[in-house]
Design a protein around this ligand. Structure first.
Ligand code: ADP
Length: 492
């Protein structure tokens, strides 16, 4: 092995920006994080000020570089909140509108119209996605149609579109590089995941001029060098991936069948399906997991809109717990709750139901039901929803033998034990819980030669604990049937 070398990665998330410097063995050398404001201009709309994002990224990156004093950083990786959309003026570098965030629903009617005109099958076949406001294309069209003069500027080639990775790259390289990676491109609804190109028919459908689009590169690629004026140092940018794909990489999910589940605000499960762009018959998404040396590895993805945020709801709205951590001791003392089901469909239900109009409910209350049962049932709901996704994957022919987990909720051992029980599968926790940002650093390390192969990276991944399923089959069947009944009742 060579001497120690250092890799830095930026994780530009939905609520905060973070930069971590790792050594080549994946140890954290320095880390900095900063939140930035969320803007809600109308119900259902969510925006970010691009300058607030940029300021937070440069601040945490400068801090991380300072914190790693003396460490010579070989390369930088970027990972990011996906689908969030920006358009900027190529000359001034200024965005013409705030970022429209992935959660924003302002284009719901537009998506409905496209669906009614029978376009969804074509869109799904090319992109692996659905016609939903979640993805970038209708957000791009909205900005072009609602910002004065934008369409004319776009037609004249004066504007650039990018997801957050692409915007940061443009700024970090001093406006020299307009590029993105295949994993981020695969979330736009404009990119054909089979041909690995922007697709003319899709560009026409969403009325997006090709002149706006970035070049699409591999996840480990030469993306230029940071400009000194941006972060005070010149560092080669060598890796980019969307946050959920980066988490799969950070979990070393490099072979077909390997599956990770990330429990943050929401929950995202991705199974590696290798070279097979598996089309789901169960409402899951087909996505680019990563592209290395021009070779695409696909993933099957499902998401739960409300995971950790259900715990925040218990804390901030119901005010029945002091902290998220408290849920663990409450659930341990209460034990598994079999008659109460909390369905946290606060914003509809995601895969495999895709029911935007469903709303939350607490079902099965009796005279002796108390707060502790509701808290425990809320943790259980996140596990049941994971099982919904794993079932859907299984129906699509992907049967994971173990699930690697990460994200804020995995601090809760009771939850992980219940999860393993209800899945009937072992649940594995990594030593390094920073899967997302580590994945981006590993991509950069691959490109700059710190690592020779993904095999070498996989050897660095270490397990911290495995939670084996201990729930009797009969109990699992009864609990899950109760959950399915509860979901049926809240569906619109
Ligand atoms: P994000 O990256 O989406 O902001 P994180 O991965 O930081 O989220 O996870 C934070 C989420 O995890 C919060 O929604 C919080 O409620 C939840 N959480 C944190 N600790 C626990 C715990 N011990 N038990 C259950 N949930 C927890």
């Amino acid at each position: 092995m060579t001497d120690n070398r250092y890799l830095m990665a930026i994780d530009q998330g939905t609520t905060s920006s973070r930069t971590i410097v790792f050594d080549r063995y994946a140890n954290v050398v320095a880390s900095a994080q900063q939140e930035f404001p969320q803007e809600y201009p109308q119900p259902g709309w969510v925006e970010h000020d691009p300058e607030a994002i940029w300021d937070s990224v440069t601040a945490v990156t400068a801090d991380a570089i300072k914190g790693a004093a003396g460490a010579e950083i070989d390369a930088l990786g970027i990972t990011n909140q996906r689908e969030t959309t920006l358009i900027w003026d190529r000359d001034s570098g200024k965005c013409i509108h705030h970022a429209i965030v992935w959660q924003d629903r302002r284009t719901a009617d537009y998506c409905r119209q496209l669906k009614e005109s029978g376009k969804e099958a074509m869109v799904a076949a090319k992109t692996g996605l659905r016609l939903d406001p979640y993805f970038s294309a209708t957000k791009v069209a909205w900005i072009l149609d609602n910002v004065n003069g934008a369409r004319a500027m776009a037609e004249a080639g004066k504007l650039a579109f990018g997801t957050i990775d692409c915007f940061l790259l443009w700024r970090l390289t001093g406006s020299r590089v307009h590029a993105t990676d295949a994993s981020n491109a695969s979330r736009t609804l404009l990119f054909n995941i089979h041909t690995q190109d922007w697709d003319e028919e899709l560009l026409e459908l969403f009325d997006v001029p090709a002149s706006l689009l970035p070049e699409v590169r591999d996840c480990a690629a030469d993306y230029g060098v940071t400009d000194k004026s941006a972060i005070g140092a010149e560092i080669p940018i060598c890796g980019i991936a969307g946050d959920q794909q980066a988490a799969l990489i950070g979990q070393a999910g490099f072979s077909a069948g390997m599956t990770k589940s990330t429990y943050g605000t929401g929950c995202f499960v991705i199974a590696n399906t290798g070279a097979n762009a598996l089309e789901s018959a169960n409402n899951l998404l087909t996505t680019v997991a990563y592209r290395l040396d021009g070779e695409v590895t696909y993933g099957l993805e499902g998401s739960i809109f409300v995971a950790g945020s259900a715990i925040q709801w218990l804390r901030d709205e119901l005010k029945v717990i002091e902290s998220a951590q408290a849920t663990e001791s409450i659930a341990s003392a209460t034990g598994i709750v079999d008659h109460i089901h909390v369905v946290p469909a606060f914003a509809g239900l995601g895969a495999p139901h895709w029911d935007p109009d469903a709303r939350g409910a607490i079902l099965g209350l009796s005279r002796d039901s108390g707060i502790d049962e509701i808290v425990t049932a809320t943790l259980q709901a996140v596990a049941y929803q994971t099982r919904d996704l794993v079932h859907a994957m299984s129906d699509d022919g992907i049967d994971p033998s173990i699930i690697r987990v990460d994200g804020g909720m995995v601090a809760n051992n009771w939850f992980l034990e219940f999860l393993a029980g209800i899945l009937g599968l072992p649940v594995e926790l990594p030593k390094n819980p920073e899967s997302t940002v580590l994945g981006a650093a590993w991509l950069a390390g691959l490109q700059c030669g710190v690592y020779a192969s993904t095999d070498e990276i996989a050897e660095l991944w270490a397990s911290d604990a495995v939670f084996a399923p201990q729930m009797p089959d009969e109990q699992r069947a009864v609990l899950y049937a109760g959950w399915q009944d509860a979901v049926r009742r809240v569906r619109s």
